[in-house]
Structure formats: C-alpha cells, structure tokens
Design a protein around this ligand. Structure first.
Ligand code: TXA
Ligand code: MG
Length: 330
C-alpha cells in the first residue's frame, strides 16, 4: 500500500518521475483528489481504468499546467474568444471539451472525438504536472461508484497506486463543472455555476439530462449515466421544512446517523453526526461525511436536502446519486 507523501519538492519530483514512467499517482486538486497517469501513455491510462474498475465507456479529464501544454492535447489552436474565456476561469474548477489531438490515446476519451481538459489551481497539482512535463489524465481518486476522495487518506481505498501526494482537504469538495463550450451546455454541474458563465456565454444552459431525477438512457457526459458517489451505508435524502425535518429526525432510531443544517440541528432533541452551515459548506464536506458513514460502521443515515440553486444545484446532483432513497415530508 502506498504511503501518503508530504508534498515537498523532493516528493513532488519523485511523483513526477512516476507519472512519466506510466505509474499512477494520487494528487490533490481544488475540487477532489485525482488518480493521475501520463495522458500520452495508453498503458498508463489503462492502469487508471483497472485501479478504479471504471467502465471503459467513461472518458477521463486531462489536466494541464499551461496553455502551451493545452496545445499538445487539442486538435486545433484556440480562437481568441475561447482563450479569453479560459483565462477568466483557469486555473480553476472548470473542465472544457475540445476536439482531441492524435497524441491523446483513445482510451482517455473512451473513443470520443472530444477531450475534456482543465487547468487546476491547486499549486501542488500545477507543480506536479509542470515537473512531469506531460498532461495528466485523472479521474477522481475513488473506486468506480464510490464517493470521491477529498482527503488523501480516502484514496487508500484504491489499489495499484504508486504514491499518494497529500494536500489537505480539497477546497471545493465536489468535482469540476464540465462544459461543452461549442454547444454552450453544462454537462456536469460543479463549483462554476450557470450564473458565473452566463455573462460570457449568454446562451449557456444545463444539459437536459440534468433536469431528470432518474438516470437517463442517453447522456452527453457518459459519467453521468453511472451509479455514483455511493457509500455502503443506506443514505436517505430528506426534503421538507426545518420543523418537519426536526420532528422526523427525532423519531428515528439513535443508530441512524443524521447530517443536517445548523438551523435544523438547533431544533433537535438528539445530536446530529454532522452539521453544515450552508450549501457551500455541504459541498466542501459532503464526501468527508459519506466516507465517515462507512468508516464508522453506520448502516443507515439521513441527510437534509438543500435548495437547488447555485452550488446547491451541484451538491444535490451528487446527493441524488449517492442516496438510495428520497423522503419527502409533507
Ligand atoms: O474535478 C474534477 O473534474 C476531478 C479532478 C480530479 O480534476 N476529476 C473528475 O474526473 O471528476 P471523473 O473522471 O471522476 O469525472 C469526469 C467526468 C465524467 O462525468 C466524464 O463522463 C466526463 O467528465 N467527461 C470526460 N471527458 C468527456 C468528454 N470528452 N465528453 C463528455 N464528457 C466527458
Ligand atoms: Mg468521479
């Protein structure tokens, strides 16, 4: 099992060498931890799919540290308009689809003609990519279907990893927004919301599949079709006013874990396991909470739904997939 490495200059260089030689390295980003391999190495990328038991049809995001490196990943040079937009959001939690360069093996994009690319803002990630000198293909550092890792210790649940670089808790806590720039469609909601993009992309909207609650048959972003983010613990997502929620929670057996907002917590007779202060706070801690449910042996839990606005829309997208049941209190 790989040890967790402090992100010293020497350790980052060691991890960069591992990436160059086709090995897997877990590294921190501002969204979630990534399971990285050299994006130019078909066999390196193959290891990602094996380590995660990831369906071959689910393409992987490529991480770059510079616009020059972006040039080696995409088929056509950026237009001035594209460059202007990217400079507003990069480095940061936005992945953008581009026509794929021939240097990117087809297993990275699951055979698609487009490649999703992002330039992370986390300084450890930036340094690792720069030192590796190659773009890094990296899905979230979790076994397929399981909660993403926002702490390095959670990446230990993966097999076949050569090193884990520590970077503390991920700042945003949920994965990047995936944008189909050409069609002005958000394929996966994330930290960059519709209202952040609207001033620069007036026609941008959510892909219609994001409005359905059931898993759609056909989706534009293949990852959205799979079971996702789920702990072993059976988690129910509960909708209702704070007083209804409080009464419901107080009626549950003590052994059911409770995750709720501070305003509901104030009304409870029992102690919740975790309390969040806002939708942003829930986004940051959601995967820490979900890992903790399994690590502490809880078999059942309830989590309070949040309003589907701004970051709340992105968190609810993850929660609806992670939870095995929805309860509406009326
Ligand atoms: O924040 C993030 O994006 C993290 C960190 C590590 O950067 N990565 C991440 O990767 O969440 P992953 O593999 O867990 O999710 C990638 C998502 C999937 O839903 C996948 O289907 C979609 O991006 N995707 C990747 N390439 C695509 C493409 N060419 N067309 C459409 N969707 C794509
Ligand atoms: Mg993932």
């Amino acid at each position: 099992m790989p040890s967790i490495l402090f992100p010293s200059t020497a350790n980052i260089s060691r991890c960069a060498r591992l990436i160059r030689s086709g090995k897997l390295v877990v590294f921190p980003t501002e969204t979630v931890y990534g399971l990285g391999a050299n994006a130019f190495s078909e066999s390196g990328v193959e290891r990602i799919f094996a380590a995660k038991k990831r369906p071959k049809k689910n393409p992987v995001i490529v991480h770059v540290s510079s616009f020059r490196m972006l040039g080696s990943v995409i088929a056509k040079p950026l237009t001035p308009t594209q460059l202007r937009l990217l400079k507003l959001f990069w480095p940061g939690p936005l992945s953008v689809l581009f026509p794929r360069s021939d240097r990117i093996p087809s297993n990275v994009t699951a055979g698609l003609d487009t490649v999703a690319v992002r330039m992370p803002s986390n300084p450890i990630a930036r340094r690792l990519i720069r030192e590796a000198g190659v773009p890094i293909a990296a899905p979230s550092a979790n076994p397929a279907t399981r909660p993403s890792a926002t702490l390095s210790v959670h990446a230990k649940k993966l097999r076949g990893v050569s090193a884990i670089l520590d970077g503390g808790q991920s700042v945003f806590g949920i994965e990047s927004t995936v944008l189909d720039l050409e069609n002005q469609l958000i394929l996966r909601p994330g930290p960059i919301g519709l209202s952040d993009l609207k001033p620069f992309l007036p026609n941008v909207r959510f892909h219609s599949s994001l409005k359905f609650e059931k898993i759609p048959k056909k989706v534009a972003s293949p990852g959205m079709a799979f079971k996702h983010y789920s702990p072993d613990c059976a988690v129910s997502l509960v909708f209702g006013s704070s007083s209804r929620l409080a009464a419901f929670v107080d009626s549950l057996p003590e052994k059911t874990a409770v995750i709720c907002s501070a305003s509901v917590a104030k009304k409870l007779r029992r102690k919740p396991l975790f309390v969040f202060l806002s939708s942003k706070d829930l986004a940051r801690n959601l995967f820490v909470f979900l890992h903790a449910l399994d690590d502490r042996g809880f078999k059942s839990a309830v989590i309070q739904a949040v309003a589907e606005r701004g970051i709340g829309f992105s968190v609810m997208n993850r929660l609806k997939k992670a939870c095995s049941k929805k309860i509406r209190l009326t």
